[in-house]
Design a protein. Structure first.
Length: 271
């Protein structure tokens, strides 16, 4: 045993880690430990004081954040269904946009489809109604034409207001034409051409005596004009369908506020 003690002492002396400059690696200084413990206590006290000083509303909001995150990560069934239908609508509208540009599969028929769309534009219909109103000499004809003019003006104002509220873009990045800017038909939802042709076809079917082939052609014309807007990439399918619905509602509104013959004569005399 006495011989082993000098050997262990010699090992301790020869160990580099036992030198003064390496003592902090083996055994931390008491001052550092006390400083760290004091720093932890102070930070803990500051955190407790900050938690006490925080506003109850902020604490409530911080407690609600995880729940909000969970709601975003786990949307409701209605949200999933709506997003799925929206994705299907966009995908189908892009596939049906066969005349969206010259490079499309039906790019050569784009001019003809645009011409079909012009037949449902508001400016030609308003101009034609005014010309017929000037040339009309019967009271019944003037009454129908004045109410038709009212319906066309209401259609432009209602569709323009709804489009400004929705501000939905079309499936393709296509700039509106000059006639579209004149009627404020610059957004996609609802489709102004679809609402107009639906209102006009219903108006003519109710107030004009037409043969059955003409009535069928009138309905087919409205459908072709509406879906031609999908083919050139200006509107989605839901934009056109909603345009048909709004056009029918506009017709019902005009029927409710129908101007009598005396009212029409008074307006014509003022004009």
């Amino acid at each position: 045993m006495p011989a082993s003690q000098p050997r262990s002492r010699a090992r301790d002396r020869n160990n580099v880690l036992n030198r003064a400059e390496f003592l902090s690696l083996n055994q931390p200084m008491k001052g550092n430990q006390e400083g760290r413990s004091c720093g932890r206590k102070q930070s803990g006290q500051a955190g407790a004081a900050g938690a006490q000083n925080t506003n109850p509303k902020e604490r409530r909001q911080s407690q609600q954040l995880p729940e909000e995150d969970c709601m975003q990560l786990n949307p409701s069934f209605k949200g999933i269904a709506f997003n799925s239908l929206l994705a299907i609508d966009i995908c189908m509208s892009k596939r049906l946009g066969v005349c969206a540009n010259r490079a499309s599969s039906w790019g050569g028929a784009r001019s003809m489809i645009n011409l079909l769309g012009i037949t449902g534009h508001g400016i030609p219909w308003i101009a034609g109604t005014l010309i017929c109103l000037v040339k009309s000499s019967t009271l019944a004809g003037q009454e129908v034409l004045m109410n038709l003019l009212l319906a066309l003006l209401l259609d432009i104002m209602i569709v323009a207001g709804l489009q400004k509220l929705a501000k939905r873009k079309g499936p393709y990045d296509i700039n509106p034409g000059l006639l579209d800017y004149l009627t404020m038909d610059t957004y996609a939802f609802p489709a102004g051409h679809a609402s107009r042709v639906a209102m006009l076809s219903k108006f003519f079917l109710n107030h004009l005596v037409l043969a059955i082939p003409l009535r069928i052609l009138l309905v087919l014309w409205a459908l072709c004009v509406g879906f031609s807007r999908v083919m050139i990439g200006r509107h989605h399918i839901t934009d056109v369908l909603s345009g048909f619905v709004f056009g029918y509602l506009q017709f019902r509104l005009v029927e409710l506020i129908w101007m009598s013959s005396n009212t029409c004569q008074m307006l014509i005399s003022i004009w």
